[in-house]
Design a binder for this molecule. Structure first.
Ligand code: PLP
Length: 369
């Protein structure tokens, strides 16, 4: 199998499977229990927090959640409750993941003003980060921006936004959905008061994520219950998959150069085919979105699947639904209909890229009219 859909989810590292299994066998207590078994479980949770903080090169707190969707919902609904006197304006991008965009729509219904800044078009010299900064005024309660876009790989310099927004309005809280960049990009372009993370995008288990909180930042909880995690995220900590999450963070190798090489190889090989256009620009090199004109994404996706090559139809965020995000990056509806997203992992080899391009070339011969 050639799995090139790592932005959707990743296959767990062997070391992660072993860490989860070992923890389930030996150390699966309740981290709130006062006895030895509970204390051992609590140690696992504490160590996992330290692992994630070290990877972020940040000080602060980590709360474990069910995934990035919950982390982002916690911030988007919990921060306005705490800082309700700071204003009613929120600034975001026009290409957020639904786990941020849909809560923002709910907040709009509740009377918040949401400003969505569009990305620059390919080759346009517009300073995108500066536009986000300029959209912040004295009534801006929250800025929420994604680090790496999941459909095109577009990277936003959140560190630049963080610094300038804090100068402009020190009360504004900044949230970053860092799901697609974590462990893949250097953290020098990541800074925020709150950061959403997900284990299953980095070869960890599904069903566990994290919310980073910078020192001093506050929020009201989304879930009320037994008061775990300082009362801010009730529910028994899933110690086993938390151990797996930490193992994934430790195991993810530095793939910066590898992804650059794979990205260049894919672009070069695709340029040999007629009427294939690259939709990604300014992208993290592990994600490449392109359109094979004349062959609809789903047809190509299933043709490649017959060869056990797995990619994503580049415009879909969930089965059959187009997200409209590609349009934000200047991709026409027609090209979005033919879009494919390939996303790499530390296991991806040059030969996988060659097999993908061969498959696309054969698919074009079979289906293009
Ligand atoms: N944010 C981005 C950019 C994503 O790609 C995803 C997953 O598709 C999420 C958030 C949601 O993450 P989770 O599946 O952990 O809820």
């Amino acid at each position: 199998m050639i799995y090139l859909d790592n932005s959707a989810t990743t296959m767990p590292f062997d070391s992660v499977i072993e860490a989860v299994a070992a923890n389930m066998r030996k150390n699966s207590g309740n981290a709130s229990s006062l006895h030895k078994v509970g204390i051992e479980a609590e140690k696992v949770v504490k160590a996992a927090k330290q692992t994630i903080l070290a990877a972020l090169k940040a000080e602060g707190d980590i709360f474990f959640t069910s995934g990035a969707t919950e982390s982002s919902n916690t911030v988007l609904f919990g921060v306005p409750k705490t800082y309700r006197h700071n204003g009613k304006r929120m600034v975001t991008t026009s290409f957020e993941h639904p786990s941020v965009e849909n809560p923002l729509r709910e907040l709009e219904k509740a009377g918040y003003e949401v400003v969505r800044v569009k990305p620059p078009r390919r080759g346009e010299s517009r300073d995108f980060e500066q536009q986000i900064i300029d959209a912040v005024d004295e009534n801006t309660l929250l800025v929420s921006v994604m680090w790496v876009n999941n459909e095109t790989g577009f990277v936003t310099d959140t560190a630049k936004i963080y610094k300038a927004v804090k100068r402009r309005n020190p009360k504004t809280i900044i949230h970053v959905d860092a799901v697609q960049g974590f462990c893949k990009l250097p953290v020098k372009s990541l800074a925020a008061d709150f950061i959403s993370l997900s284990a299953h995008k980095i070869h960890g288990p599904k069903g566990v994520g994290a919310l980073y909180r910078a020192p001093g930042a506050r929020f009201e909880p989304l879930l009320y219950g037994g008061g775990q995690q300082a009362g801010l995220r009730s529910g028994t900590e899933p110690v086993d998959i938390i151990a797996g999450f930490a193992e994934a963070v430790r195991s993810y190798p530095d793939c910066g150069e590898k992804y650059e090489t794979l990205n260049d190889r894919l672009i070069n090989r695709l340029s040999e085919l007629d009427d294939v256009i690259i939709n990604s620009y300014g992208n993290a090199k592990n994600i490449l979105n392109f359109s094979v004109r004349g062959v609809r994404s789903e047809i190509m996706l299933h043709f490649l699947e017959e060869r056990e090559i797995y990619v994503s139809s580049g415009s879909a965020c969930s089965r059959g639904k187009t997200s409209g995000v590609l349009a934000q990056f200047g991709v026409s509806d027609k090209d979005a209909d033919c879009a494919i997203r390939a996303s790499f992992s530390p296991f991806t080899a040059d030969s996988d890229i060659d097999s993908l391009v061969q498959g696309i070339s054969d698919g074009i011969k079979r289906f293009r009219r």
